[in-house]
Design a protein around this ligand. Structure first.
Ligand code: UDX
Length: 440
């Protein structure tokens, strides 16, 4: 069955989805309102850092299976399955998700839909959105009932986006009874289903909820261990050992149980807030009030990191130089959305410290958002003259770093491991004061 697919939105999610669908053999048209992004992608270049994506983009652009456009009319004429992959960021000054981009895709696309097709939402949205969009499509598309809406949430992690898209741990198809959407989705994802990927078919609201509840669970797991870290700090216990011991209980499991500076990024923080906001609208805010605590625990880790750094430099950041290793919200990404590292960096800067940041991939993004900070071209340069080094994003380059590489350049050998990813013995043996979150 040869479907022609379009993908609206060519950010981290959409670009990856478009490339991977082309890799599965489909003719794919990526659509974005940003002409510069479209030109970059059409030229075979990925405008963000995602390991393994660019070679696949080039291969599929060269093979003629993957094209990009800004034209909704062209997209409507071309595709019979339209994926919606635009962002749903947090609204300024509110917890709720900003639905502008999702709605504008429907506004732009619907008038051009003159024949049967399926519109498949992948964006993370407040529950109830799919039903609302289905009604809009029925009213605004010339093909009317010939346009079906389905929801197929995406669980990919940045840094592993290609792997997660081509080998997902499950597929969720939210569809309406009696429609064609389930059959179409089974055909589109046949190469993944044939190798055993489990498929869960649900109604639309359940599919929307799967995504936000998965992220709420992951955020809760991280904040749980970070709450234990808070207790460990006053009880002189070691959260890393605690977490290891918990991890052998298969009911608990060790993944997402790493204590440290906590979660950031474009998904977990805004998704739990949007989930709380939506629950409030639905009159069940009590059901999710624990997420307020999950968020608060996460924010307190950042404050604790600032306090620990201040303590190490003698009680005040005044005239102190602080080296920050890592700016991205996690390693293997250049994404700095709600980055814990940059949050800590700018708080220290505002408290009078001189902060110099180095990151292997996120420098340009960090510079744009935080021009007030200083930037270095390497870890060694960032550490030069530092009174304390803060390890805030656990890139391999930092985890593997030999303390000797920077021992000679710092003013004081003090390091705070914000990710519990360095070997304390190695740093202490090299004459460093090593401190970490949740550990003695
Ligand atoms: C997340 C979900 O994992 C993914 O399924 C969803 O589709 C989008 O949101 P992502 O934002 O790419 O993906 O990052 P993830 O790898 O989940 O990490 C989120 C944050 O949690 C990072 O800041 C990371 O440093 C932090 N984290 C993760 C911890 O602090 N401890 C952990 O044990 C795991």
């Amino acid at each position: 069955m040869s479907h022609r697919l379009t993908v609206f939105g060519t950010g981290y999610l959409g670009a990856t989805h478009a490339v991977c669908m082309a890799e599965l053999g489909y003719d794919v048209l990526g659509v974005d309102v940003d002409a510069a992004k479209v030109a970059t992608l059409a030229g075979g270049e990925v405008p963000f850092y995602e390991p393994g994506l660019e070679p696949l983009l080039r291969k599929n652009v060269d093979a003629g299976r993957l094209r990009f456009t800004t034209s909704y009319a062209e997209a409507a004429a071309f595709g019979d399955v339209h994926f919606v992959c635009v962002g749903t960021p947090q609204k300024a000054g509110e917890y709720a998700a900003d639905m502008t981009f999702v709605d504008s895709v429907v506004t732009g696309l619907a008038p051009h839909l003159t024949r049967e097709c399926v519109v498949v939402g992948k964006s993370t949205v407040p529950v109830g959105t799919a039903a609302r969009l289905a009604a809009r499509l029925a009213a605004e598309a010339p093909a009317g009932a010939g346009v079906e809406l389905a929801w197929n949430p995406e669980f990919l992690r940045e840094g592993f986006a290609v792997e997660d898209t081509l080998r997902p741990d499950r597929l969720v198809f939210g569809v309406r009874d009696g429609g064609r959407a389930e059959r179409v989705l089974r055909e589109v994802f046949a190469p993944l289903i044939e190798v055993g990927t489990p498929v869960v078919v649900t109604d639309l609201p359940t599919a929307e909820l799967v995504k936000v509840s998965a992220n709420a669970f992951l955020a809760t797991k991280i904040s749980f261990i970070n709450a234990m870290a808070e207790v460990c700090e006053v009880a002189h216990a070691d959260v890393k050992k605690l977490s290891e011991a918990l991890s052998y209980d298969t009911r608990i499991g060790g993944r997402f149980l790493h204590a440290g500076l906590g979660f950031g990024g474009g998904c977990l923080p805004k998704d739990i807030r949007a989930f709380m906001a939506r629950a409030g609208e639905l009159g069940v805010d009590q059901a999710l009030s624990f997420l307020r605590e999950v968020d608060a625990i996460n924010q307190r880790r950042r404050a604790r990191m600032v306090d620990l750094a201040r303590e190490l430099v003698g009680g005040s950041f005044h005239e102190m130089r602080i080296a920050v290793l890592g700016a991205a919200f996690k390693p293997n990404s250049d994404d700095i959305r709600d980055s814990p590292s940059l949050d800590v960096s700018s708080t220290i800067h505002r408290s009078g410290g001189t902060v110099t940041v180095y990151d292997p991939a996120a420098m340009d993004n960090a510079r744009r958002l935080h021009p007030e900070l200083r930037y270095a071209d390497s870890a060694v340069e960032a550490a030069t003259g530092a009174d304390v080094v803060l390890h805030l994003t656990e890139w391999r380059e930092f985890r593997d770093m030999d303390p000797a590489a920077i021992s000679g350049v710092v003013r004081e050998r003090r390091i705070v491991d914000g990710r519990n990813a360095l070997d304390p013995a190695r740093w202490r043996d090299a004459g460093w004061t090593y401190r970490a979150l949740g550990r003695p």
